[in-house]
Write a protein that binds this ligand. Structure first.
Ligand code: IMP
Length: 199
């Protein structure tokens, strides 16, 4: 395995990019992306019920983006999802689509009167380094708040109160606080361990 330094993170989600940089750059990895540059990444999301299948499909599509980028040591993709206990598998792999169509208010509406407010975030990261493929996963359990709170983060963050936190939503936390508790923070930490084990 080559000494990994520069990782291309294929995402057009600036929130994910910010969190990946925050988690990995202090560990000595440089994260580059098109999300903060000129062209947008257009990865097709396959129809599948699980994040791993979607993430593996994204990495298969990565080759066309890497092209002749000689300074890249590895390519990374992530598929993440939000899972509401009261609505099994929902929105899950359709999290981005559902948030766009219902909005946070729509999710609150869906949960109105609902006592069971448990929910979970999951993240699957796939890193390809030459012919090696590393899969790292993380999850975070919590509950859906009664109202929209906070301006940080992205996506469902203003509605999600992690169970190991102090009652604030992810959107009310700093990047550091969210990293310590979140699905992505856990998946990134696992990725670093796997990379260190590989030597
Ligand atoms: P995908 O991984 O690009 O399919 O996107 C999954 C969707 O889940 C995102 O567009 C967000 O709406 C949501 N999501 C994923 N991770 C987070 C997070 O850390 N906070 C809030 N929402 C998230």
């Amino acid at each position: 395995m080559v000494k990994l330094k520069r990782i291309l993170f294929l995402t057009s989600n600036e929130g994910k990019l910010r969190e990946a940089k925050h988690a990995l750059e202090p560990r000595g990895y440089e994260i580059v992306s098109f999300a903060d540059g000129t062209s947008k990444v257009q990865l097709v999301e396959v129809q599948a019920n699980d994040l791993v299948t979607v993430a593996l499909s994204k990495i298969e599509q990565a080759e066309s983006y890497v092209g002749n980028m000689h300074q890249i040591d590895g390519v990374m993709v992530e598929d993440a999802g939000f899972f509401i206990d009261a609505h099994p598998s929902f929105p899950g792999v359709y999290s981005a689509h559902i948030l766009k169509s219902l909005g946070l208010e729509g999710i609150l509406q869906l949960m109105r009167g609902q006592k069971e407010r448990g929910a979970e975030f999951q993240s699957t990261i796939v890193l390809q380094v030459k012919s090696e493929r590393i899969v790292a996963q993380g999850s975070c359990r919590g509950r859906i708040s009664e109202e929209i709170r906070g301006v940080g983060g992205f996506g469902y963050d203003p509605l999600f109160i992690p169970e190991d936190g102090d009652g604030r939503t992810f959107a009310e936390m700093t990047l550091n606080e969210k990293k310590a508790l979140s699905h992505r923070g856990h998946a990134m930490a696992r990725l670093v361990t796997l990379l260190e084990d590989l030597g």
